[in-house]
Design a protein around this ligand. Sequence first.
Ligand SMILES: NC(=O)c1ccc[n+]([C@@H]2O[C@H](COP(=O)([O-])OP(=O)(O)OC[C@H]3O[C@@H](n4cnc5c(N)ncnc54)[C@H](O)[C@@H]3O)[C@@H](O)[C@H]2O)c1
Length: 351
Amino acid sequence: MAKKILITGGAGFIGCHTTRYFASKGHEVVIIDNLSRKGTPENLDWLREGHPVTHYETDIRDFEAVTDIFKREKGFSDVIHLAAQVAVTTSVANPRDDFDINALGTFNMLEAVRNFCPHAPFIYASTNKVYGLLPHIEVVEGARRYEIKGKKGVSESEPLDFHSPYGCSKGSADQYVVDYARIYGLKTVSFRQSCIYGERQFGVEDQGWMAWFIIAGILGRSVSIYGDGKQVRDVLYVHDLVKLYEKSMEQRNALSGKAYNVGGGLENSLSLLEFIEILKDQDLQLSFTFGDWRPGDQRVFISDNTKVEKELDWKPETAPDQGIRNLMSWVRENKKMLNFLLGDSNDADRN
Ligand SMILES: NC(=O)c1ccc[n+]([C@@H]2O[C@H](COP(=O)([O-])OP(=O)(O)OC[C@H]3O[C@@H](n4cnc5c(N)ncnc54)[C@H](O)[C@@H]3O)[C@@H](O)[C@H]2O)c1
């Protein structure tokens, strides 16, 4: 049966793939996106080449405007909340804006759902940053990568430990999402996502680092590696994440405020040195320099996906080799636009 799905941040990187996927399956998709992120008008044009979608250029901080949309659209069957301020550096420079968008904006969305469509599944894109720096995790240094000693990754049993204004604002939103199921019975779920990558990612130095490396390499620029290049992240191809959103919507009655760690997992983890090697194998010779570690840089983060695999019957399907190949083709095909859009951009988040 066709659904009527609201996707906030639907013109962003993860949002445009989510929108395109559900619209192509015949569902009605409504987007709220204030187009504050570079590349969003281009993503909207791309979306419009496919299936029709309704876009409201509205700010999620504006509760009255959000309420008007819910009234006009007569609620939604499902809500996927992706709109956010995503840069750690921006959050440090302007913590109030960051709080307003991520914490208050999410609160506004939850309130609108509670008031107008309390039976709609509410999917929230949280972040692995809710676990902070994990100082107690023992790290082993190998020849080309760091490893977590004695564990396949970080599970949901890790204590929450918000760092940076971004960590605090996303973490508060995460806890509101969990609690609105307990207190108001909403069908919420919080996905604590690791590094997501794929086509249409307008990556800058630290936010969307895989896309940033590939874009920089193809545009002939040098990239900086902070630390020794052995730092490891688990990476998840965006189309696999969209499948998880779909799976969770199919299991709407099981959604009751749980939080899940979601990433590529150990099998899809890469150190920077290993990533650069994959690029080389795919004919991209990257020019790079080494600099000092930055405060707060983690040696290794890998998501333990056991809970989400078991309870939502989902796991990553796309190997980094393939995902990187697809991302690289997109960058090559859109070199001119990326050069124009990203200019000297170096804004930074750490995912
Ligand atoms: N990309 C990752 O690696 C990653 C990892 C963990 C979590 N996340 C989370 O996933 C979500 C999507 O991330 P993304 O990578 O697609 O980022 P993105 O910046 O491409 O998308 C965010 C979208 O939200 C919109 N937006 C920002 N502020 C808004 C506001 N006040 N009102 C309305 N729209 C607004 C932007 O224009 C943009 O289109 C975010 O919530 C992010 O925190 C992403």
